[in-house]
Design a protein around this ligand. Structure first.
Ligand code: OAD
Length: 231
């Protein structure tokens, strides 16, 4: 059985990373739209660099929660039959053992060079505008997909959605496209669809819905999936 799991900010909420649209979802007083756009970067490069520098530094203070660990364990069982597509730019899936992670909105721990298009791993701040380690030009930005930019890896994701038997959305509001359309796409190509969320979204495309905090619901769902009766 091939499985595509799509995760959103809700899976990292209990690790201490704010979601986008929930209460307390404002980042340091900024609306995401005010810092997560190419226009914002052009208008105030320092503000946007500082904003992502703070989020990159925050990563060192948080840890994966049982939901991330349960998905890491599931990959250890299923290997290539599991693909984890995430809208999150944190590295908590990787730190919980997942290796087949597709970061469709980019990664905090990479920079992108506007001169050479390289994507070097990056753990430090960008506010001092360091030179690109690949081409030497001073043109690094966070390697994150902003509003109005095309998400990464869409061809591969579309293929995985068409080929999967089970599509599972975890901790995502289903309000931001193209990810919001994945459930319909997978369903149209024959997949069973499951949602795990604090509260079910009212998306009728899901065949099944599990409500509760990810740190509890995801391990329970994974256990259910791994039990012989579930297959
Ligand atoms: P949202 O903030 O829109 O939604 C978070 C979802 O997680 C909501 O449906 C909550 O109900 C759910 N949730 C919150 N806490 C939870 C918990 N403890 N356990 C389970 N579920 C919980 O975040 P996303 O859907 O990830 O894009 O947002 C999608 C995209 O919008 C982001 O990747 C970002 C943003 O604009 C870009 O920056 C390009």
């Amino acid at each position: 059985m091939r499985i595509v799991v799509l995760t959103g900010a809700g899976i990292s909420a209990e690790s201490g990373l704010a979601t986008f649209r929930g209460a307390g979802g404002l980042w340091e007083g900024h609306r995401p739209e005010d810092v997560a756009t190419p226009e914002a970067f052009a208008a105030d490069r320092g503000l946007v660099q500082r904003f992502y520098d703070a989020r990159r530094a925050q990563l060192r203070t948080v840890a994966p929660n049982p939901a991330h660990h349960a998905l890491g364990a599931l990959e250890a069982d299923l290997g290539d039959d599991l693909v984890l597509v995430t809208q999150n730019i944190d590295d908590l899936h990787e730190r919980a053992g997942s290796t087949r992670v597709v970061h469709m909105h980019g990664e905090l721990l990479r920079a992108r060079c506007e001169a050479c298009d390289g994507q070097p791993p990056w753990t430090d701040a960008l506010i001092d505008e360091p030179a690109c380690p690949i081409c030497g030009v001073t043109a690094l930005r966070p390697d994150v997909v902003w509003f109005g930019e095309a998400p990464y890896h869409m061809d591969r994701i579309q293929q995985e959605l068409e080929d999967c038997d089970l599509f599972v959305a975890i901790g995502t509001s289903g309000l931001v496209y193209p990810a919001a359309g994945f459930v319909d796409w997978a369903r149209r190509h024959g997949a069973r669809t499951v949602e795990l969320n604090l509260a079910p979204t009212d998306d009728e495309a899901f065949d099944e819905s599990w409500a509760g905090p990810a740190s509890e619901v995801v391990p329970t769902w994974v256990e259910h999936l791994r039990s012989p009766r579930a297959s």
